[in-house]
Design a protein around this ligand. Structure first.
Ligand code: ATP
Ligand code: MG
Length: 344
């Protein structure tokens, strides 16, 4: 992408080395289940760090996107509540960060219509993350699954997000968002800014089956799980046949993933942890990871249990978030329609 001056992926260190206050963050999750350690180390911890540095942050709970790959969204209000409790327990402060639910902010979805005119079906068809999700769903490709990356562009651009902390699976969607912003600018004028992705040190946490840890795959270690459930999940995690533990993500993805989880949960490097465990094998590695995760997550879990006792907390956070996000999205929609000369 020699034609862009701005890089399309940054690390947290690179953002903090610039002036973090010049960025605005938009990111989010689908309410398809409670959050897991892939979310925590993949994006949630980054969101909390950015918040601490005063970066204005919007987090969307993408309820309209639950049916991209299933017919039944389940008990959505209950799942939304679980996700928001996970956010707050992990350290998102609703006074500093705007948390909102997709369906509460209609202007976001109205923006999707002009944005759809800026991309081709052939471009959408090439998206590797959509392809993987289609294969995992075992269903025919719905038009919603095909176009959800444009919906995500609307999420980001509606609040004029410039920095998007995500896992690696989201990079194709970020590229599409940049394309939408760029084409809009060329066609109608400068209203939208191309956002940059922010990848953490754990952009692709694997689940217990060796595939990407996902709420929908039953391979996750949930943030809300207790010590026994965490131990059971780690015990069941796939490893490989070699006894000696080494950190080698390219050739030993499952073992390296456990080393990364253990290291991130105890502020060490995976390499250093591998050297310590060495001939202890998978059993010693799993014992370490379990203890490290249980200790690291204990305060998150305690806080979560306390927050869950307030029956009105989540409702109030989301009501305030919806009002704030709608203010931004309504203004963006008005600017977009004016630039397109649909209004005067
Ligand atoms: P689902 O299986 O329902 O799609 P999910 O676990 O993939 O759920 P999402 O809500 O789709 O979670 O993703 C929310 C955010 O978390 C995205 O930025 C995504 O990149 C990130 N994320 C999800 N899983 C992981 C993972 N295993 N490692 C790193 N980041 C992840
Ligand atoms: Mg997903």
């Amino acid at each position: 992408h020699a034609d862009h001056a701005r890089p399309d992926v940054l690390t947290l260190e690179e953002v903090l080395a610039r002036d973090p206050g010049t960025f605005r963050v938009l990111t989010g999750d689908r309410p398809t289940g409670a959050l897991h350690v892939g979310h925590l180390f993949g994006t949630l911890a980054t969101r909390v760090a950015l918040q601490r540095h005063g970066v204005e942050t919007f987090v969307v709970v993408a309820d309209y996107q639950v049916i991209t790959d299933r017919d039944d969204a389940g008990d959505l209000p209950a799942t939304v509540r679980e996700v928001v409790l996970d956010y707050l327990a992990a350290g998102l402060d609703p006074e500093a960060t705007t948390v909102f639910v997709h369906s509460d902010v209609p202007a976001v979805h109205q923006l999707m219509l002009p944005f759809l005119s800026l991309v081709t079906v052939a471009e959408l068809d090439r998206n590797p993350t959509v392809k993987a999700e289609l294969a995992a769903s075992g269903r025919a490709l719905s038009a919603l699954l095909l176009t959800y990356p444009v919906h995500q562009a609307a999420d980001i651009l509606s609040v004029r997000g410039t920095l998007v902390p995500v896992g690696r699976d989201q990079l194709p969607h970020l590229e599409l968002t940049r394309t939408v912003a760029r084409r809009f600018t060329r066609r109608y004028g400068p209203v939208l800014t191309e956002p940059t992705a922010l990848l953490s040190q754990a952009p692709l946490v694997l689940g217990t089956d060796g595939a990407k840890m996902s709420k929908s795959r039953g391979n996750a270690i949930e943030l809300r799980a207790d010590a026994d459930a965490t131990a059971a999940a780690v015990r069941g995690a796939r490893t490989d046949a070699r006894r000696t533990i080494t950190y080698d993500p390219a050739h030993r993805p499952e073992v390296s993933n456990l080393l990364l989880l253990g290291a991130l949960a105890s502020a060490r490097t995976p390499q250093d942890l591998a050297d310590e465990i060495a001939d202890g094998g998978a059993a010693a590695l799993k014992a370490y990871v379990t203890d490290a995760l249980v200790a690291h997550l204990a305060p998150v879990r305690a806080r979560r249990a306390e927050l869950a006792r307030d029956p009105f907390l989540v409702r109030d956070v989301l009501a305030r978030g919806a009002a704030r996000a709608a203010q931004e999205a309504d203004a963006t929609l008005a600017d977009v329609r004016r630039a397109m000369r649909q209004t005067s």
